[in-house]
Design a protein around this ligand. Structure first.
Ligand SMILES: Cc1cc2nc3c(=O)[nH]c(=O)nc-3n(C[C@H](O)[C@H](O)[C@H](O)COP(=O)(O)O)c2cc1C
Length: 205
């Protein structure tokens, strides 16, 4: 299985530790190869809203030197993993939001891509008390036409992974391993109704 991982946290902290545990869990299930992108380094420029990727082609993006390698990796992958800590009211980190802004041309309303319909995705989030960052990312991915999106939210109630009481940490490690196993063996299913609906509506538009 070829997996692309987008690390949304600007530091190698809780979300990074949880992501590694998830990736280890995947690798225990079978052969897995990874390509990893660390945000915001992978796209240090903000989307400029020029809409060239929507009206013309993603190759016209002023930041195509960053976007094209990411786009190619996504197209070649079997599965995508998006990870972010929970930040404030709007939830995901700025780096993750900037990635999704730059990739908005993948939305079904812009141009449906067969390759995307065969992919599965996983969203992982850590937060002191909240994991609300998962929902908006899931929505993006469903709008791309991703076949299945699953997720795990880790509420830590503490700021450092290794400061969690040992029992709680073991429990989170088990959850991550279990989620990885379920994701690895997750088979392709009938697309989400919302994706089918968006696809057929936009065929006419
Ligand atoms: C700028 C900022 C805003 C945050 N806002 C929230 C929040 O609204 N709710 C919450 O539960 N945790 C919040 N947190 C805590 C982080 O989500 C939590 O510590 C997370 O595990 C950090 O992940 P990291 O170590 O991968 O960076 C915030 C942290 C930062 C740095």
């Amino acid at each position: 299985m070829k997996v692309v991982v987008f690390h949304g946290s600007p530091r190698k902290g809780n979300t990074y530790i949880a992501t590694r545990l998830f990736m280890d869990g995947l690798s225990q299930c079978g052969e897995v190869s990874y390509s990893e992108f660390f945000l915001p380094e992978a796209i240090p420029e903000f989307c400029m809203g020029c809409q060239l990727c929507l009206s013309n082609s993603h190759e016209k993006c002023p930041h195509s030197s960053y976007i094209e390698p990411i786009f190619q990796e996504i197209m070649d992958a079997d599965a995508l993993v998006f990870t972010t800590p929970h930040y404030g009211a709007c939830s995901m980190t700025g780096g993750m939001k900037n990635l999704l802004d730059h990739l908005d041309f993948l939305t079904l309303t812009v141009a449906p891509r067969k390759e995307i319909f065969n992919k599965k995705a996983f969203v992982l989030s850590t937060g002191t008390g909240s994991t609300a960052a998962i929902k908006p990312i899931k929505k993006y991915l469903k709008n791309w036409g991703i076949n299945r999106v699953s997720s795990i939210g880790i509420r830590m109630f503490i700021d450092k992974w290794n400061s969690m009481p040992i029992r709680k940490r073991r429990k989170q490690e088990k959850r991550l391993c279990h989620a990885a196993r379920k994701f690895f063996f997750m088979k392709k299913k009938i697309p989400y109704i919302s994706s089918i609906f968006m696809y057929h509506i936009n065929r006419f538009i």
